[in-house]
Design a protein around this ligand. Structure first.
Ligand code: SAH
Length: 483
């Protein structure tokens, strides 16, 4: 019997996590350097009554000295030596740690000795703080670095508003219990609270709105799972260029409606059971008509699904984001928008092109050269001015028009250009040259879509500042290779 119990304990490891109420609790911190200050900061945050044990007349760390001065800390008080609730040894050297270990053992006071698991009877875990929610990560003293790394990952996954939302549900705990006395229904309600409309309201910086929704759901005991759409920018390709928010929404989505330019590695972040709906061009077929995309969004949200409408780059830049939002508003479908790194910024970064530069360009123009109609509507005279950077989207099939229009409107034919094909992806290529050779060089190098075309004096820096993927080839080499 006894042996069995011991066996079970061994399986779980010796270290059992416990949350202690530290408000007003006397704690002794031995040490006065930066490590001691870190521990003191954490203890003060939890309301502990901290005494410091250190040599000399003042603590080494200036913050600790200031805390002492301001009365936020006391010096060790021999009268309560035996009443401390916790002792933290934040100073290297075994003598002090030994002494404290013995004192702790004698008076049943837990002792934590920093970086000295042998002398610890308590460990302070790495913490993700979303008060009132706290996540503690421990490694039984074996790998504190790993615990810290895991902490950063969890940190990135948990939005900051989850704390205030947890607080809100705690404030309303009594009414939630009395409105939904049966556990299954109460669970459903809490699922709705933490995942649905109230969570959206918190994420969109509308805490009042979240409270109202919860209160009105409590008033009539009704809450419906509502569909919603997040219009999310996926950046230029590299999955690591997603925003933290985009990543979270992709991971949570019930359905993902995505365009052709979305990197498949990004879709891997989604739930395996999510619906994936591809609405981009496929195998030479024309892209899905906008109406059909709208129909998808309507059907999915009517069904209560949380949809991520995933677009390449930024959804509000040459992405028809505006049209989709107008449609959603017309049908009263709740939405949010998550910006992404637009191709102009993303591809310039990976090609080493500063879009503005004190010596070269004071403005950037985002321009589309998608079709003859957009070419005809552009103000070429103003685009042909000096000291600015032009960033053309969708220009691959219109390079001759772009080159001719700019030169005819007075831009110097030696102005440098850079084409960035498949920017921010493993197969990125950068082609540079003078404007007069734009069309020829693009043909010789068989430039394909998707590509960004940059024109302006900043693009000459691409050769010098290249750091990602293949280096740009010199013009002469390229011509020789092509010949
Ligand atoms: N909303 C997107 C643009 C959509 S238009 C954004 O903000 O980036 C599509 C055009 O974007 C392509 O024709 C190409 O010009 C550009 N583009 C998108 N991703 C690109 C990439 N990885 N490399 C080069 N150009 C890219």
């Amino acid at each position: 019997m006894t042996t069995e119990t011991i066996q079970l304990n061994d399986d779980a490891g010796a270290w059992m996590p416990v949350f202690l109420d530290m408000r007003g609790a006397p704690v002794l911190v031995a040490g006065s350097g930066v490590e001691a200050r870190r521990k003191v900061d954490r203890l003060l945050k939890h309301g502990a009554d901290v005494d410091l044990l250190f040599n000399g007349s003042a603590p080494e760390d200036p913050d600790l000295a200031a805390y002492l001065e301001a009365g936020r800390l006391g010096r060790i008080d021999s009268a309560r030596r035996n009443d401390y609730r916790l002792i933290v040894v934040a100073e290297r050297g075994t003598v002090l740690a030994d002494e404290m270990q013995q004192h702790g053992r004698h008076h049943a006071i837990p002792v934590n000795a920093v970086d000295d698991p042998e002398r610890c009877s308590a460990m302070l875990p790495a913490i993700v703080d979303r008060a009132p929610l706290t996540i503690a990560i421990g490694s039984s003293g074996t790998a504190p670095e790993l615990a810290r790394m895991i902490r950063s990952r969890i940190e990135a996954l948990l939005p900051h508003w989850i704390g205030p939302l947890a607080q809100l549900s705690a404030d309303l705990k009594q009414s939630i219990r009395s409105r939904f006395p049966e556990l299954p229904r109460r669970r459903q309600f809490l699922g709705w609270l933490f995942n649905d409309a109230p969570a959206d309201a918190m994420a969109n910086q509308r805490p009042e709105n979240a409270r109202q929704q919860i209160e009105s759901a409590l008033a009539d005991e009704q809450f419906t799972v509502t569909g919603s759409v997040a219009l999310v920018g996926a950046g230029p390709g590299d999955p690591e260029l997603l925003t933290v928010k985009a990543l979270r929404l992709i991971q949570e989505a019930d359905a993902i409606v995505y365009d052709a330019l979305i990197d498949p590695r990004i879709l891997d972040y989604a739930r395996r059971d999510a619906d994936f709906i591809h609405v981009g061009k496929r195998g030479g077929r024309p892209s899905t008509p906008q109406d059909e995309i709208h129909d998808h969004l309507l059907a999915l949200t009517r069904d209560g699904q949380r949809v991520v409408r995933l677009k390449g780059g930024d959804p509000m830049i040459f992405g028809r984001g505006g049209e989709e939002l107008e449609f959603l508003r017309k049908h009263d479908i709740p939405f949010s928008v998550v910006p992404g790194i637009t191709a102009a910024a993303g591809c310039a970064a990976t090609a080493g092109i500063p879009l503005t530069h004190r010596d070269h360009a004071q403005s950037v123009h985002l321009v589309t050269a998608h079709c003859q109609r957009s070419i005809d509507r552009l103000d070429w005279r103003s685009l042909a001015r000096e000291r600015q950077t032009l960033a053309f989207y969708m220009a691959v099939s219109r390079l001759e028009d772009v080159q001719n229009n700019l030169i005819q409107n007075g831009l110097n034919s030696t102005t440098p250009f850079a084409i960035v094909e498949n920017g921010a992806r493993p197969e990125q290529r950068v082609i540079t040259g003078p404007l007069s050779e734009l069309h020829t060089l693009a043909i010789l190098n068989k430039v394909k879509s998707p590509s960004m075309l940059y024109i302006g004096s900043v693009t000459q820096l691409a050769d010098r500042l290249a750091w990602f993927g293949q280096s740009p080839l010199e013009t002469s080499n390229r011509l020789e290779i092509a010949a």
